[in-house]
Design a protein around this ligand. Structure first.
Ligand code: F3S
Length: 492
């Protein structure tokens, strides 16, 4: 059996194709197949739907035989557990977990066995109530047929015991899917996945910004969240305690009503390990996204402590920073001097900082150049709203489009939650945007919907996270700039 070694994290969603080949040209395993190998890797980065991809690879015979992780990684771990792939964490003894202890919590035997397997790898037999759960792995494009099958099976057997369960964006606007060109076959499978979640007891929030639509755990509460941008936002800004769970683990914890206590549930594990000195003034969403992206690349799984931010950033700036950092690396939590609650109220210690990095304007500018792989003339689609747009972001686009018309052959989508779309309608922004020829698209985004099949080749975005995923996962060239620059490029 071949052994493959990498020091680079793997994003299961977009670094590896459906046949198990590494397709990221910047990855040191580029061009190699992971099928039937013993794969030594640090951990997964990026999307938490990666666990579903591993299950898919396993069922189709393209997965590694064994994965040896350098550090604890719920995404790879849960993909391996559900895909029946041998997995271990280097240097960590598996700690046997007594299944009957989990069953005594009222958890069904089948689910208790899976939780015990996770507890063994995580090194904990402590299971705490999972009342607040947010589940990724909703889009049919990301979970594929194997994911649909699994959710169909679970919904036929179980109801959620967790009381507050929200779900991530789907692969389409659930009401207006025909208007954006989604096929009937895709829509049918997508609706089946959403119906399965609702049948089990989820709220159909269908958004990656539940904190913008009134659904957040209280501060300092233990939660089990899986969408990577939600994890970093709620851990950092709201002091919620969550690990970056896999979509699959949150699904099972919601059924069990319990999840394991480990990692970021424990206060002493929330101390920063690297310091980031920001040596330039930041202005607006694009700058904060660039900063987050850069920090993600430097962090290598470590918690950053950010200094040099001279004002409290807006919600939109913070959501971009976290989303980009979670996508480019695996930032689950950051602290910002004098701003984020645990830094502000001195709940963390900076004594364990191992390394300091300085980030200046030159670095942000060169990163921006690197993310631009297409030209303004080639833009087919301008996509705003990753993570899902706030009402302020919808308003900004509406004001830029007022009285103008989008050029023939170009499209504009603002992706957001249905609640924000309804508010935009009430405030008249929806009409302004639609009169100009644009769309406010609810329940989905350009990464998890199949835009590569809708005739788009070059997508323009102001989101570092979207710029990271669009090239390989949606086969797009990317134009990366501010909202106003992008809108100007496509209006007559
Ligand atoms: Fe949300 Fe889609 Fe971006 S799920 S964070 S808008 S990739």
């Amino acid at each position: 059996m071949d052994e493959l070694f990498t020091k680079q994290e793997i994003s299961w969603l977009d670094d590896v194709d459906k046949e198990g080949k590494v397709i990221n040209p910047k990855h040191e395993l580029y061009g190699k197949s992971i099928e039937n190998t013993v794969l030594h890797m640090p951990a997964a980065s990026g999307s938490t739907v990666g666990a579903d991809k591993l299950v898919y690879l396993s069922i189709n015979g393209h997965a590694p035989k064994k994965i040896i992780l350098e550090r604890l990684d719920p995404i790879t771990m849960w993909g391996a557990i559900m895909g029946k792939i041998d997995v271990e964490i280097k240097g960590k003894e598996k700690k046997p977990v007594d299944i009957s202890k989990i069953e005594k919590l009222g958890v069904d035997k089948e689910i208790a066995e899976l939780l015990a397997r996770a507890g063994e790898l995580l090194g904990t037999d402590e299971f705490i109530p999972a009342d607040y759960v947010q589940i990724s792995g909703v889009s049919y494009k990301t979970v594929l047929d194997t994911g649909l099958e699994l959710r169909r099976y679970l919904a036929s057997k179980y109801k959620f015991r967790a009381s507050n369960v929200t779900i991530n964006p789907a692969g389409m606007d659930t009401e207006d899917w025909q208007a954006i060109g989604i096929s009937a076959d895709f829509a049918e499978k997508q609706n089946e996945i959403i119906d399965a979640y609702i049948k089990m007891g989820a709220l159909p929030t269908i958004t990656c910004t539940p904190y913008l639509v009134g659904s957040t755990p209280p501060p300092f509460t233990d939660a089990f969240l899986s969408e990577s941008s939600v994890v970093v936002f709620e851990n950092s800004m709201l002091a919620v305690r969550t690990n970056r769970e896999a979509g699959l683990s949150t699904l099972l914890y919601a059924i069990a009503g319990y999840g394991p206590r480990y990692g970021l549930h424990i206060q002493s594990n929330r101390n920063p390990k690297i310091k980031i000195k920001v040596e330039t003034k930041l202005s607006g969403v694009l700058d904060f996204g660039l900063l987050g992206y850069k920090i993600g690349e430097l962090a290598k799984g470590r918690i950053p402590y950010i200094t040099g931010i001279d004002r409290i950033p807006s919600i939109e700036e913070i959501k971009e920073l976290g989303a980009a950092g979670a996508a480019s690396g695996s930032i689950d939590l950051f602290h910002m001097e004098g701003i984020t609650p645990e830094a502000r109220y001195k709940m963390i210690s900076t004594d364990g900082i191992e390394e300091t990095f300085e980030i200046d304007r030159k670095e942000l500018d060169s990163l921006k150049d690197m993310l631009n792989t297409g030209s303004a003339e080639e833009i087919d689609l301008v996509a705003i709203g990753c993570p899902h747009a706030s009402i302020n972001e919808v308003k900004e686009v509406a004001m830029l489009l007022k009285g103008k018309r989008i050029k023939e052959g170009k499209e504009l989508w603002i992706t957001t939650s249905r609640i924000v779309k309804d508010i935009a309608k009430r405030l008249g922004y929806l009409k302004i945007i639609e009169d100009a020829g644009g769309h406010v698209v609810a329940d989905t985004c350009v990464v998890v919907s199949p835009i590569e099949n809708l005739g788009f080749s070059t997508t323009a975005t102001n989101s570092g996270k979207a710029a990271k995923y669009l090239p390989r996962f949606s086969k797009q060239k990317v134009v990366f700039n501010t909202v106003s620059e992008l809108v100007q490029k496509i209006v007559a």
